[in-house]
Design a protein around this ligand. Structure first.
Ligand SMILES: [Zn+2]
Length: 267
């Protein structure tokens, strides 16, 4: 029964991931990142082929499976579809299950718990959207960050009746990245990253925010050095930092307590 529920949560997540893919594409048109595309596509309720603009059949929208079945190509014009599509769907599904797992089973009798489950799942959707969009277009959409900030305050309120320490964590995290932003003249990170830090502080509190930053800087550095070694990036090329901040946030959010306990045990 519980396994079946988890599978359903995964499928729900994957469907939302598919929705994020469509949304991210339309947002890119709206924000002017795809200049050759018709702006009308961005407002249409159907999904279309990325290349030739043909309307997709319903089964072609099935998350992960349709991509695998089509071998990563469009069925109409046989052009390559980005690998990011199934990855986003899989990641959203997995994150949904991980978050769902962190709740006990009496969840359905408890309105507060149930509400924080729903808000958390919604936040995962926006986290995946922000990470994907920043990764592809070097921009963290402001509305997505705004939803995340409001969501994190709501979760904080539901879980701790507003822990004020998290407000200070938000101010501290934002101040820290703002300092780096000014010091590197915007080359190390964008102003979107500074805004995202407010959400991180509110959601994670002080210690876990530091943990999230730690993961973000380490993974970001490893990827940056890796890209330089394989000549995909130059020393002065600008890389998006948002995806690493979001990765750090997700890790600190899901297993921060575990890591902090281990640290306390050892030191
Ligand atoms: Zn096509």
């Amino acid at each position: 029964m519980l396994l079946l529920l988890k599978i359903m949560v995964f499928i729900l997540g994957a469907c939302f991931g598919s929705f994020v893919n469509m949304w991210e594409y339309r947002l890119a048109i709206k924000y002017g990142h795809k200049k050759n595309m018709d702006k009308k596509v961005a407002d249409d309720k159907f999904s279309y082929c990325d290349n030739c603009g043909k309307r997709l059949k319903i089964w072609e929208n099935i998350p992960i499976i349709s991509w695998l079945y089509l071998g990563g190509k469009t069925s109409c014009c046989h052009k390559k579809l980005p690998i990011s599509y199934p990855i986003v769907e899989l990641a959203t599904g997995v994150l949904f299950v991980v978050y769902f797992n962190s709740f006990s089973f009496d969840l359905f009798g408890n309105a507060k718990l149930f509400l924080s489950l729903l808000i958390g799942l919604l936040m995962i959707v926006f986290l995946v959207l922000s990470a994907t969009f920043d990764f592809k277009y070097m921009e963290l959409p402001d509305f997505s960050t705004a939803v995340l900030v409001v969501g994190s305050i709501a979760i904080n309120y539901l879980n701790h009746n507003l822990a004020w320490i998290n407000l200070f964590a938000a101010i501290g995290a934002c101040g820290f990245l703002l300092t780096l932003y000014v010091a590197t003249k915007g080359k190390g990170m964008g102003i979107g990253d500074v805004k995202l830090a407010v959400f991180m502080g509110f959601l994670l509190g002080g210690q876990k925010t530091i943990l999230a930053f730690y993961v973000a800087f380490i993974v970001g550095a490893i990827v940056g050095i890796g890209l330089m070694i394989f000549k995909k990036a130059k020393k002065n090329s600008v890389l998006p930092f948002g995806p690493y901040l979001i990765l750090g946030t997700v890790m600190a959010w899901s297993c921060g307590n575990l890591v902090l306990n281990l640290i306390y045990k050892w030191f």
